[in-house]
Design a binder for this molecule. Structure first.
Ligand code: DC
Length: 240
């Protein structure tokens, strides 16, 4: 099949913090010429704006109203995807450990999830999207042509996050604290009532600590090629 006739599919990449979703989703999108969407950034920005505007993070009604009114933009600046909310670049502000936990807290609110899901679906209306998050394959795109669930032990994920922080010059947390934070967020994300973090039944589960980022990316590209040619092709883990 020629490149022009290949279907531009929706690829859902879910998994816990530090599993390698962003690196892998971004690289996959670039290789395919697809749009990359980081839904975690939307939850982070929502939590940040709620704090800044004095909306309590457990006030479901006000959080829902705030989220529905937010205007998001995701411009690329060189190699970096920025997050702009209501005309303000919040890319750095949303990357702190506090912003991560706030994001996880506001993400429990059904009205917040509903308002963000409308935007997420609109961003993939034309296909050709790699979208990463926690509920993309289970809730946002239950019919996504390819669903990948990335995972790794909390120690490996914590080490990755800790290294990223140190590379940014942030030495405020010990490795053990970072791992504890990740486990706390995993627990909050996977036990919430609405759209909890879990692999979709028809997802391919890949462990990035065992396979490494390069092999995971290659595996995904192989699966994409198979899906583009025949959407009904059976994908199993052993086929990965
Ligand atoms: O991927 P991330 O670490 O930037 O996500 C921050 C938080 O946002 C995460 O702990 C849970 C929430 N989230 C979510 O509930 N659903 C998504 N699709 C993406 C993120």
């Amino acid at each position: 099949m020629s490149a022009e006739t290949l279907r531009r599919i929706v690829i859902a990449i879910d998994g816990p913090a530090g599993a390698g979703k962003s690196t892998i989703a971004k690289q996959t999108a670039r290789e395919l010429g697809y749009t990359y969407v980081d839904t975690g950034a939307m939850y982070r920005a929502t939590g940040l704006l709620a704090r800044e505007r004095g909306v309590p993070l457990d006030d479901a009604e006000r959080l829902g109203g705030l989220t529905a009114d937010l205007e998001f933009g995701f411009p690329w600046v060189g190699e970096v995807l920025h997050t702009v909310v209501d005309g303000r670049d919040v890319s750095h502000l949303i990357r702190t450990p506090e912003a991560a936990l706030d994001a996880s807290t506001v993400s429990k609110v059904p009205a917040v999830r509903a308002a963000l899901m409308v935007r997420q679906r609109a961003m993939a209306a034309a296909g050709g999207v790699v979208m990463e998050g926690r509920d993309i394959g289970t809730v946002v795109f239950p019919d996504a042509e390819l669903k990948v669930f990335l995972t790794a032990s909390s120690r490996v994920r914590g080490e990755r996050r800790w290294k990223q922080m140190r590379d940014r010059g942030d030495t405020s947390m010990s490795l053990d604290d970072v791992i504890t934070d990740i486990e706390r967020r995993d627990h909050q994300d996977s036990t919430r009532a609405v759209a909890p973090l879990r692999p979709a039944e028809d997802s391919v589960v890949l462990d990035t600590s065992k396979l490494g980022v390069g092999r995971v990316r290659q595996t995904i590209l192989r699966l994409v090629a198979a899906r583009q040619e025949d959407p009904d092709v059976e994908i199993t883990q052993s086929g990965a």
